[in-house]
Structure formats: C-alpha cells, structure tokens
Design a protein around this ligand. Structure first.
Ligand code: 5GP
Length: 339
C-alpha cells in the first residue's frame, strides 16, 4: 500500500522562469467545455452558505463560476443578471424537487452554460442514471459537472453516464466528517492527480474539478498544478458578506456568519426538517470570523495562483500544470508565529 498525499504533504518545485511578473499571467480558460465557456475556473461550492445568488453576482465580476445551492426556486435562479447566469450553474441532486426546478429554469430563456449534479457518493447506480438522463435531456445546452468520486473507476463511470467535468473529492472538505464517520476517503492531492491522468486518456471529457480541501491560496495552485481543470472552494469563501448562514448571536447581540456541511445535522434540519433514521450526519457546523467582501479574498487567491505561475515559468494554468514538479515534504511551512 503506497501512502497517498494531501495538499499539505507536497510543494511545487520552483524552476527557471522567464515570466517576470504576476501581471504576465493569465488565469482565464477560453472556450472550455463541450458548450464553450470562458472564465477563471475557480468555483464556489454548491453549499447552502456558499453557493448563494449574492455570491454568484459578486464572483461573476471576477469571472469565477458559482455552483448555486439546490434550494433556490426557478424564479430565484432566473433572477440572476445575464452575467450572473453565465458565471453560475444550477445544482441538481437525487431529489425530485431540484430536478423539477432545473426543468423550469431551462424552459425559460437563460445564459447558463453549466449544470452541477451533485451527490456525496458518486459511485451509486442511481447517480449514473441521473447524469445519463440529464445529459439526454439537456446535453445540447449545458456542460455537466458531476460528482463526487476519487478514483479512475469513478471517472470512467461518470464519463460513461455523460458527465463533461468530473468532480473529485470524498472527505477532504473543511465541514466534512465523512472520513471520521465512515472510514472512507482519499487524500485529495493524489486523488486529483490520479483522476486527471485517467481523464486525459478519455477523448471528449473536459476535465476534473478538484473539490474540497483547499485551505490556502497555495492549495488552489497545487490543484491546478496537479492538472485540475477547475477548483471548487467552500470554506475559503465562507464568512464573507455575500455568503449565507448569518445567524443572530444572543451573547454578542450581533449577526455572525456560520458555515455548515450539506450532510450535517444542521443542514438536514434546516433544509429538510428531518433526518432519516438510517442516515448519520457526515458534516459539521461552525461559527466563523467575518471576512468582509469576497472580492478581497478573490484577489488574494488569484494573486497566489499568479505568483505560483511565475515560480515555474507558466503564463497560464495549462503551463502551470505542464511545468510543475512536486516534492513530498514533512513540513509545509514555518508555524513559529501561528498558522
Ligand atoms: P472545502 O472547500 O470547504 O474544503 O470543501 C468544500 C466541499 O466539501 C464541497 O464542495 C463538498 O464537496 C464537500 N462537502 C460539503 N458539505 C459536506 C458535508 O456535509 N459532508 C461531506 N462529506 N462533504 C461535504
């Protein structure tokens, strides 16, 4: 058994570079996907506190994508501006409501180029069937992002079902307790690398979305360097003005931001008002610090990724992945003055 690695276990090795400044780096992907889309391939997660309409409008200004959470109505989703729609994706789960909402959205004129089909365990037959049906019904109009899986077998399964982008990540998320509760998972850096290798051998597949586990801007760089076509973020975008989950705190008499996993007890109570007896929670809820407008964090993340590109002589994200070598480390950085 070989040890598999997380982002914190590796570093990107610097090399000679003729890219002298971050301003020479372009983070756009142009005409990506089967239904061409151009933008910066960093994606807000379809979590109730992250994939909000406000987040979509704010991130659209930086040309990032937002996977909207699946609890909006069709009218709410269609209330997004044209840019807001172009830079976001409605989300469907295994439930019938979100699928019906998507049908209503697609009945109307719209600018969506993606749909996100999301379930915790992308290996089950019901999920492949759902992806297959959505591809059959809407495949000429939207790119399909589907997941989550973490192995080449999973990539093949979802590709066969009709996914264009395959979301990779089981258990790396900041609000996730799957690994603790079930003992199932795969270290995220290795999972992304392995799934990218598989995806590159499948003609017509658009690529891998590295989903979860990014804590610092450097982790986003590592995911792109590993070959991810897009990188999805939850926790790094939490606590901003545009995020959801603000709650009144009676001890301080102020509104405080919360962040919770979509499989947490809190999410089940909030969005379904129930919890099935056979189902254990696989997520947690945390109260977090306020971080202000998301555009500051966006700038910081893009600055970090641009800088990573200059260290390996990359003018864009494709070159970042081509030029990157990795080393395994015992310690990622110096914590003498905190994290
Ligand atoms: P983060 O960027 O916060 O590390 O990870 C975000 C990802 O965590 C989401 O896109 C989703 O794939 C995953 N996630 C969200 N909520 C839950 C949950 O309750 N349980 C699990 N296992 N994963 C979750």
């Amino acid at each position: 058994m070989e040890t598999q690695l997380d982002y914190s276990d590796i570093l990107i090795v610097p090399r000679h570079s003729s890219v002298n400044s971050r301003s020479e780096v372009d983070l756009m992907r142009v005409n990506m996907g089967r239904i061409p889309w151009s933008g910066v391939p960093i994606v807000a997660a379809n979590m109730a506190t992250i994939g909000t309409l406000e987040m979509a409008e704010a991130l659209a200004k930086s040309m990032w994508l937002t996977c909207l959470h699946k609890h909006y109505t069709a009218a709410e989703i269609l209330s997004l501006s044209r840019d807001g729609q172009y830079f976001s994706a409605p989300t469907i789960g295994l439930d019938t409501t979100s699928r019906e909402t998507f049908r209503q959205v697609m009945e109307k004129r719209n600018d969506f180029k993606f749909v996100c089909i999301d379930v915790a365990n992308g290996y089950i037959d019901n999920f492949s069937e759902l992806v297959y049906n959505i591809r059959r019904e809407y495949g000429d109009r939207v790119n399909i992002i589907a997941g989550n899986v973490v192995t080449p077998e999973g990539v093949r399964l979802l590709c066969k079902a009709g996914a264009d982008f395959i979301k990779v990540g089981i258990g790396p998320g900041s609000a996730c307790t799957t690994r603790k509760m079930t003992g199932v998972g795969f270290p995220q850096f290795s999972a992304v690398q392995m799934c990218v290798k598989e995806a590159r051998q499948i003609p017509g597949l658009s690529g891998i979305v590295a989903d979860g586990g990014c804590v610092h801007p450097g982790d986003v760089s590592k995911a792109f360097a590993a070959g991810a076509q897009m990188v999805m973020l939850g926790g790094m975008l939490a606590g901003h003005d545009e995020a959801g989950g603000w709650e009144f705190d009676y001890t301080t008499n102020t509104m405080v931001p919360t962040f919770y996993g979509m499989a947490s007890e809190h999410a089940m109570q909030t969005h379904y008002n129930q919890r099935n007896h056979y189902r254990a929670a696989e997520g947690k809820r945390v109260v977090i610090e306020q971080k202000g407008p998301v555009e500051n964090t966006v700038r910081e993340i893009m600055g970090g990724v641009r800088s990573a590109c200059t260290y390996v002589g990359a003018k864009n994200l494709d070159e970042l992945s081509k030029n990157s070598d990795f080393i395994k480390v015992n310690r990622q950085y110096n914590t003498a003055f905190g994290d």
